[in-house]
Unconditional design. Sequence first.
Lengths: 195, 103
Amino acid sequence: MSDPTFLEYVVFFSAAVMILGGAIGVITMKSPVHAALGLVLTLFGVAVQFVAMEAHFLAAVQVIVYAGAIVVLFLFVIMLLGVDETMDLSIEPIALQRPLAAVMGLGLIGLLGAAIVRARDMVVLNPGVDGIDVARETGDHDANLRQLAENLYGDHVFAFQLTSVLLIVAVAGTVLLTRKWPRGAGNPDTESSDA
Amino acid sequence: MIAAIGTSSYLLLAATLFTIGAFGLVIRRNPIIMFMCVELMLNAANLTFVALATQLGDINGQTSVFFVMVVAAAEVVVGLGILVSILRQRPGATADDLAELKG
């Protein structure tokens, strides 16, 4: 039982079941709150896979930002708008939509799977000497964080600063969109266009 | 690196997750659940990035995931803001009722 290979398989397949089960829950649950809980399951499964692939910082960010902030935002909106009533999924407003969607899904998974299987032998294994330091091999448990920080604040520092501009614009735009404008009868869309 | 489980397993898992997200985006009518399906697809892309970063020994893949997360957070904020302002005027609207952007 202490075989590390066996443990890796256990981690991979249990996390894969979490990911796929949560994803199927998102698209089949009638209530949006249950779908949000399925989304949490999927996001935690992805975080587990990140840890298994030695991306420790991204796993932490995944739990904090996705499973924490984004899902809470979803639940906030669901509760705020009171749209948590269940929808009847048996009605199909557009004829033939679901069979066509199934064809699209099967085609997508078929194409992606064929590409992955075909490219399996073409990707070179660990070519560079300056690869990712793995704590299991080097014994340095901060290696992932340090490498990511050097890459982010070294090579990509301008893009990093642009993301702050993006977040400011997103926050300001959301405030503009959702604010209730004081002259009550006015249409918020026309009011905000000249603001 | 990934000792026992090959990168192809991670890529196939990510492809399956992406397909489920795309399928759900097409068949569901609730706009909030459609947003969640977009998040599923973004997570599939992140999983692919990290798997290939590990395979190729390139930290730039993990940096890309960081940027994808930032953009996803901004996208959720703006999207849910639009959704709140629409659903405040028309409660219970589904994607079929929102065929035009005019309020």
